[in-house]
Design a protein around this ligand. Structure first.
Ligand SMILES: NC(=O)C1=CN([C@@H]2O[C@H](COP(=O)(O)OP(=O)(O)OC[C@H]3O[C@@H](n4cnc5c(N)ncnc54)[C@H](OP(=O)(O)O)[C@@H]3O)[C@@H](O)[C@H]2O)C=CC1
Ligand SMILES: Nc1nc(=O)c2c([nH]1)NC[C@@H]1CN(c3ccc(C(=O)N[C@@H](CCC(=O)O)C(=O)O)cc3)C=[N+]21
Length: 300
């Protein structure tokens, strides 16, 4: 059997289209343009690529994009002052501080200084608590994108066994919360998990968010399972020429696609959906800020 390849790139384009339609409506009917501020500290090349893509797609959706690039030696106080300024700026509906931050800056302190209503990453402790208790919140973009693809693929997730490999605050934990809310039986696995292969083999839904290139082979995948590969790992690709690299996921795609029912590729899977959901969250935040109805189909 060969798996259905879930086309995250095409799905993301359709989400961005819905976002753009809603943006047009906000402008025409209310004279409001949603605005997203992205803050990048330092010059990590991968982060620069993401921030550039976010800015481009924000503008393409008809929204305002405010990019703040700060030098790596920026002090925590200066970064907090910028966040305060953005919190107070009525043209800014969403704030994203690109992670990771340099070691001399306390990430939790910065994230928790963002006004929760503008926290389009959904990383603020208030949003984490709201999600965990089933209340309306900002939902982290990567897990939200994964959930949209799973619902599209499977319809109801109720009663399915879901295994999330990885327990980070930005992917693994919120992913598990969303799957639980959709009535999956959820297992969160991590680096101390015993018999990880067997745990994975029990999964109807397998989400890999580890950060280890092709760690999960096809024989850890239950036949017919839906596999969501969050991993973004850059590896050497000498076959493309000297010094060339390419992206691979946490799942060994070639062997897994022979067993799975459906699987997301890397690139072209979760990554593009993450950015689309960031735009969706910005529109949602803008609507909530203005007491307007939220876009349908763009929230969890
Ligand atoms: N597509 C997208 O939009 C995004 C992709 N990513 C990618 O997703 C991946 C995960 O990111 P993130 O959650 O931030 O990563 P973290 O490094 O924060 O977390 C990794 C998790 O994987 C677990 N882990 C590490 N090694 C093993 C192992 N051998 N077996 C089982 N579990 C293991 C860790 O366990 P423990 O807690 O015990 O240490 C940890 O919980 C990365 O490749 C990242 O680039 C991230 C964000 C967005
Ligand atoms: N505050 C914060 N929020 C984040 O959401 C956040 C972050 N910090 N730090 C880094 C991670 C990583 N991340 C990705 C987003 C898009 C792609 C993406 O578009 N990937 C393309 C490939 C891009 C390429 O070619 O490099 C794809 O998978 O097809 C990947 C990774 C968001 N993150």
């Amino acid at each position: 059997m060969t798996a259905t390849i879930i086309d995250g790139k095409a799905f993301a384009a359709s989400v961005r289209e819905k976002v753009a339609e809603h943006v047009t409506r906000l402008q025409e009917e209310h004279g409001i343009t949603p605005g997203l501020a992205v803050v990048l500290v330092g010059e990590d090349p991968a982060s620069q690529v993401y921030v550039r893509n976010k800015g481009k797609q924000t503008l393409e959706a008809g929204m305002n994009s405010y990019e703040h690039k700060l030098p790596v030696e920026t002090s925590e106080a200066d970064l907090l002052a910028l966040v305060e300024k953005l919190n107070a700026d009525p043209a800014v509906h969403g704030i994203l501080v690109q992670l990771p931050l340099p070691d001399h800056i306390d990430e939790e302190k910065v994230i928790n200084s963002i006004t929760p209503a503008k926290d389009v990453d959904g990383f603020h402790i208030l949003n984490v608590g709201l999600l965990g208790t089933g209340q309306k919140s900002m939902v982290p973009c990567t897990p939200l994108g994964c959930l949209m693809m799973l619902r599209d693929q499977l319809g109801s997730l109720s009663g399915l066994n879901a295994v999330v490999v990885g327990r980070s605050n930005i992917v693994g934990k919120p992913m598990a919360q969303l799957l639980l809310r959709d009535s999956c039986t959820v297992t969160i696995a991590h680096s101390r998990t015993k018999n990880l292969a067997d745990v994975c083999r029990g999964a109807d839904i397998l989400v890999a968010a580890v950060g280890r290139p092709r760690m999960i082979p096809g024989d850890w995948v239950k036949p017919g399972a839906t596999v969501i590969d969050v991993g973004i790992n850059r590896i050497d690709a000498p076959e493309k020429g000297e010094g060339k690299t390419r992206l691979v996921g946490d799942v060994d795609f070639d062997s897994a696609k022979e067993v799975a029912g459906a699987i997301t590729p890397v690139p072209g899977g979760v990554g593009p959906m993450t950015i689309a959901c960031l735009l969706a969250n910005t529109v949602t935040a803008c609507c909530r800020a203005n007491n307007l109805p939220e876009p349908e189909g763009l929230t969890a």
